[in-house]
Design a protein around this ligand. Structure first.
Ligand code: GDP
Length: 365
């Protein structure tokens, strides 16, 4: 499964947020085949459509899809020089598919800030600099060799050289490689470079509990937003401490607490959805009297591939998929009415699945 790694300086609230994630964690009985490492938190992806589908097809059993966060511990400063546990830190980041970068955006004299004062942009840059330096090092190792082969007429080397030429000046200016624009062919080459700064990144402003009703009003949040805008990254605000408390509450207390705090849903839900879309993930459903279930697929996937999310046999023997869209089911109010309106589609191997499709797969065994 794809995972987002939680990174940040010490004392910014990473563990607090990760605790909130594990406490809110998925009902694992629903996912018997999931293997979970201790530093991985599995959460259910909140999706209001599930309850509506369950109401229509008359089932009580709802199984949301899940998303995994990985807690990346380790020493940050000097990581690119391989100091202390720094190498391990970078290796752990290399393993994840996206980065959730937690930034301290709260004042609290009792909690020491590693750099002395709360300064979100400095904090972000401390980490990003390590990532940039690590990428620069991996690129420089290749650069001379590739440029020589390119000049010697090697076509593949020339293609890679062009990619390196786009990335190198960015890194040298302290900027992430993801700011470069690549063709589809170049994207493949970039993938093979296993860089850190090409990973999709989301910033989480950990604001004080006083700011949780409107995190965007916090000055720290705004500083982070400005920084993120410059690198086309998204920012969300939440209070990790409040999220940890919310995750421990009974549902009715949770609702009361949220209302009192002036927010419509836990910040964790916002984070989960943001991380999900950061990785370009989409949801399709299966629905019957036994259960309604949500499944994750990568945007652009065709029907057989999404069938394979459920079981590899479904993919291997794929014949077709009886498909309706959630909006049609919601609007017509029953499967029968959708059928009568001619809105039930029989989709084949080339069908590109859309978010919200409700599918039944027909397959050969
Ligand atoms: P980590 O080193 O990044 O994992 O940081 P921790 O999660 O251990 O948090 C460091 C300290 O900051 C702990 O004492 C937390 O209770 C505190 N902390 C975390 N989030 C918040 C918050 O939203 N507000 C305040 N006031 N303190 C927080």
């Amino acid at each position: 499964a794809l995972t987002a790694g939680i990174v940040g300086l010490p004392n910014v609230g990473k563990s607090t947020l990760f605790n909130a994630i594990t406490k809110a964690g998925a009902e694992m009985a629903n996912y018997p085949f999931a293997t979970i490492e201790p530093n991985v938190g599995v959460v259910e992806v909140p999706d209001a459509r599930l309850a509506r589908i369950a109401e229509i097809v008359k089932t009580n059993k709802i199984i949301p899809t899940t998303f995994e966060f990985t807690d990346i511990a380790g020493i940050v400063k000097g990581a690119s020089k391989g100091e202390g546990l720094g190498n391990k830190f970078l290796e752990n980041i290399r393993q994840v598919n996206a980065i959730v970068h937690v930034v301290r955006a709260f004042d609290d004299d009792n909690i020491v800030h590693v750099n002395g004062t709360v300064n979100p942009v400095d904090d972000i840059e401390t980490i990003n600099t390590e990532l940039v330096l690590a990428d620069l090092e991996s690129i420089e190792k290749r650069y001379d060799r590739v440029s020589r082969s390119a000049k010697g007429g090697d076509k593949e080397a020339k293609a890679e050289y062009e990619v390196l030429e786009k990335i190198k000046p960015l890194l040298e200016a302290g900027k992430p490689a993801r700011l470069a624009e690549f063709t589809e062919e170049q994207e493949k080459i970039v993938k093979g470079l296993f860089l850190l700064t090409t990973k999709p990144t989301l910033y989480v402003a950990n604001v004080s509990e006083d700011d949780m009703s409107d995190p965007t009003a916090s000055e720290y949040f705004q500083e982070i937003q400005e920084y993120a805008n410059a690198e086309h990254a998204q920012v969300i605000g939440l209070s990790a401490r409040a999220e940890e408390e919310i995750a421990e509450m009974a549902p009715e207390d949770q609702a009361e607490f949220l209302e009192m705090s002036g927010v419509s849903e836990p910040g964790l839900n916002v984070l989960i959805r943001a991380a999900y879309s950061l990785l370009d993930l989409r949801t399709f459903f299966t629905a019957g009297v036994k259960e309604v279930r949500a499944w994750t697929f990568k945007a652009g996937a065709k029907a057989p591939e999404t069938a394979g999310v459920i079981h590899s046999d479904f993919q291997r023997g794929f014949i077709r998929a009886e498909t309706m869209s959630y909006t049609d089911l919601d609007q017509y109010g029953s499967e029968k009415a959708v059928k009568e309106a001619g809105r039930l589609r029989s989709e084949g191997k080339e069908y590109v699945v859309e978010d919200g499709d409700i599918m039944e797969f027909l397959f050969n065994v």
